[in-house]
Write a protein that binds this ligand. Structure first.
Ligand code: ZN
Length: 463
């Protein structure tokens, strides 16, 4: 038995090594070209920057953006989850709100955080009608859209991005001076690399790290693997595999798999929370918390069969799956994530009723840094935002689905699937009882057509 375990561990180590070599060949080789591309863009942008930005602004705070892939809002203990998954995140003093991801998967959602635009405006989307995930169908971020890293580089900031997931960094490739892809690397190692990098900086910085730990395959370190209870070694428990097909989602074996899969996710979330605590202690030790804005959020959530039945019955999925993974629907387990913002100038507040959007991160940061601008973002300053329509879009695996949220009313629309539903989140927070109402449908369709209008972008860079 011992020797079998050792052999498996040996294979995992070998796989991780090969994956790192693959990243270096596939991604790392291009980073010099990316640096050049970045420098050239900054030169072009600086030529026109006075039209967009008050270049006499003097931002003097660092910004650290941490996105935890697949982090569901409702799995934080402070949001009512029964396991104490996130004592550190809960203890942070700052602004906390549910954030609606602009898309239920990484590529468009991260691009929105960096640009302040919805996917239909920033352009980093998966194209096509009946969608099947294929890297070659990914559209690049529009050259006419600026990223936070580019804006801050104009003000002399050093910029760095390290990601444990390829799609997070690919959507803004060439938009940071330093960027890395560290596939299958855990939070400890990514955050240690960031600490080393920060230790070398002599000027203000803007950094983004994207942690992959909650994304499949879920393999937290031994110390945390069984934190809230022993995870049974079930076939494919660390993966989405096992019970993706609707006809298999019943019976004792399925229930056991589901229970253990959620347990493994929660144990891993506790690990991520622990690593974030260590990282925050580093910032405190270095005296950086007084002049650093820290944002912790996610690109999207993760489904644990929350809507398997509705999905199987009403939505076409080219894979024949229902209820697992992400990217395929716009229900809240996939688009509602936490946002925590702390640092100088940020008062403590926990929003209970109001949601913010992924497009609000960029405009909020520019305001916090005192950078005046006339960029017509889709997002607004999260702190001052009134209740408004918030959009999520560009799903994968089937027909396009969109969600439009206004307070406790949520509209889910898929032309291809013939679905137009309203949910009242006040009395149906788990979105199990869709309402079909012609009057509401008409109102929402009109609002949707307004929110999804394409913006004439303000910026043109010949690329
Ligand atoms: Zn993701």
């Amino acid at each position: 038995m011992e020797s079998i375990v050792e052999t498996i561990r040996g294979n995992v180590r070998l796989y991780k090594t090969l994956r790192k070599i693959y990243d270096i060949i596939k991604f790392g080789r291009g980073t010099l070209r990316d640096k050049k591309h970045f420098e050239e863009r900054i030169k072009k942008i600086s030529f026109f920057s006075e039209k967009l930005l008050d270049t006499s602004s003097k931002p003097d705070k660092n910004v650290i953006l941490i996105t935890v892939d697949c982090l569901r809002y409702d799995h934080l203990s402070s949001n009512g989850y029964p396991r104490e998954t996130t004592p550190f995140l809960d203890s942070i003093k700052g602004y906390k709100a549910p954030l609606i991801a602009t898309s239920p998967w990484t590529y468009p959602a991260i691009a929105s955080v960096h640009t302040g635009f919805y996917p239909h405006n920033h352009g980093a989307i998966l194209d096509g009608e009946d969608r099947k995930f294929d890297l070659s169908k990914l559209k690049p971020l529009k050259g006419s859209v600026l990223t936070l890293s580019e804006i801050l580089a104009l003000f002399g900031y050093a910029t760095y991005f390290n990601s444990g997931i390829d799609l997070a960094v690919l959507c803004v490739r060439g938009r940071f001076y330093e960027q890395k892809l560290s596939s299958l690397t855990d939070a400890e190692h990514i955050l240690n690399d960031l600490k080393d990098w920060i230790g070398k900086q002599k000027r203000n910085f803007f950094v983004h790290v994207h942690l992959k730990d909650l994304h499949e395959p879920i393999t937290p370190p031994k110390k945390f693997y069984n934190y809230f209870g022993k995870v049974k070694k079930l076939h494919k428990i660390e993966y989405w595999g096992g019970f993706q097909k609707p006809e298999k989602q019943k019976g004792r074996e399925f229930e056991e798999f589901k229970e253990n899969k959620i347990l493994l996710y929660d144990n891993t979330l506790k690990y991520v929370d622990y690593e974030l605590e260590q990282f925050y202690a580093f910032l405190e030790d270095r005296g950086l918390t007084d002049n650093t804005i820290l944002i912790i959020t996610s690109d999207h959530g993760e489904e644990f069969w929350d809507h398997a039945e509705l999905e199987a019955k009403f939505f076409h999925d080219v894979r024949g799956y229902a209820g697992v993974g992400h990217g395929h629907s716009v229900f809240n387990e996939l688009i509602q994530v936490p946002m925590i913002m702390t640092g100088p100038g940020i008062s403590s507040k926990k929003e209970k009723e109001k949601s913010v959007s992924g497009v609000d991160v960029a405009p909020t940061l520019l305001d916090l840094l005192g950078i005046q601008h006339n960029i017509l973002f889709d997002g607004v300053n999260a702190f001052g935002a009134k209740r408004r329509l918030i959009l999520s879009e560009n799903t994968i695996h089937g027909h396009e689905k969109k969600a439009l949220i206004y307070g406790k009313l949520k509209f889910v629309y898929s032309k291809g699937d013939g679905v137009a539903w309203t949910f009242n989140l006040e009395n149906d927070p788990r979105e199990q009882n869709p309402i079909t109402d012609d009057e509401l449908l008409e109102i929402f369709m009109e609002k949707l057509s307004r929110v999804t209008l394409r913006k004439e972008l303000f910026w043109r860079v010949s690329t």
